[in-house]
Ligand binder design. Structure first.
Ligand SMILES: NC(=O)c1ccc[n+]([C@@H]2O[C@H](COP(=O)([O-])OP(=O)(O)OC[C@H]3O[C@@H](n4cnc5c(N)ncnc54)[C@H](OP(=O)(O)O)[C@@H]3O)[C@@H](O)[C@H]2O)c1
Length: 251
């Protein structure tokens, strides 16, 4: 089976490509570096020709509200019609738990991406994941003022990239749901506490302060804005195990 992974060189993309190749599938890791650009349209038609499955794991180079919305809308408008022409049988995209529950600009862009997929007529599955563990440092940076990191004590349930890639690969080989599945890490705790544990473990001296009025990447969030509200598939790695594996890999 030919499977195209758009964003196949990224954090989740590279891991997903490796899992699917191990399973003996013909996998194209597509990205601008390999001449496939969903913004300019370059190489898109050629990449998806003959593919049964397309997995979209591309990400915007800019997280600025307008730029990210433009990225996911333009990308969907170039990619989905090419897939329809190629009679692709399953389109998979990775979105975020709670895209419809905050006014965060990045989430709004992902919701726009989801809507284009649902309207495309191509059989699809949207996977909504919670935040990646690999993203915890970025969250601290986004909320830092010198030595102080101000974060709201909302519930948080991050997932390891390895768990995300395993779920993406499994979904890609199953029948399309024509709907949404949610995945998250196994451990739920306040955002400020998880980020504080992460910073301590990596030797980052910054102090995390719990601030109920603090925003998440500029967006208003409530207690349950970022965690699955219903059934979700849980990954294997909690924060401690993920940190242990991470330090082992770096040793
Ligand atoms: N971060 C989170 O916590 C989180 C949570 C849930 C869902 N997600 C979603 O997960 C997905 C994957 O994220 P990630 O962290 O793995 O991304 P990433 O590591 O930043 O990788 C982005 C990928 O997109 C490719 N790309 C960039 N511009 C492109 C273009 N114009 N055309 C085609 N490909 C392009 C890059 O290719 P090059 O290597 O060639 O530049 C790269 O392969 C994203 O859609 C994101 O919204 C993220």
């Amino acid at each position: 089976m030919k499977i195209v992974v758009i964003g196949g060189t990224g954090l989740i993309g590279a891991k997903t490509v490796a899992i699917l190749r191990q399973g003996g599938h013909e996998v194209v890791a597509a990205s601008p570096k390999s001449g496939v650009n969903t913004i300019t349209g370059e190489g898109v038609k050629e990449a998806v020709a003959g593919a049964q499955v397309v997995i979209d794991l591309a990400n915007s180079p800019s997280f600025e509200d307008k730029a990210v919305l433009e990225f996911f809308e333009t990308s969907g408008r170039n990619l989905l019609p090419a897939e329809a022409t190629a009679s692709v049988r399953h389109h998979i995209a990775l979105s975020i738990v709670g895209t419809d529950r905050t006014d965060n600009g990045y989430f709004r862009a992902k919701l726009a991406q989801e809507k284009l997929i649902a309207a495309s007529g191509i059989p699809y599955t949207i996977i909504r994941a919670t935040q990646f563990m690999e993203f915890l440092g970025g969250i601290a940076d986004s909320s830092a003022d010198r030595n102080i990191v101000r974060l709201p004590p909302i519930l948080f349930q991050p997932i390891a990239a390895d768990d995300v890639a395993a779920s993406v690969a499994e979904v890609a080989l199953a029948a399309p749901r024509n709907g949404i599945v949610e995945i998250s890490g196994p451990e739920r705790a306040p955002l400020n506490e998880l980020v504080a544990r992460y910073l301590k473990a990596v030797g980052d001296q910054r102090q995390v302060v719990s601030d109920p009025a603090a925003r998440y990447w500029g967006g208003r969030v409530e207690e349950r804005s970022l965690v699955p509200l219903g059934e979700a598939r849980l990954g294997h790695f909690g924060l401690d195990e993920w940190l242990r594996r991470r330090s082992q890999a770096r040793a």
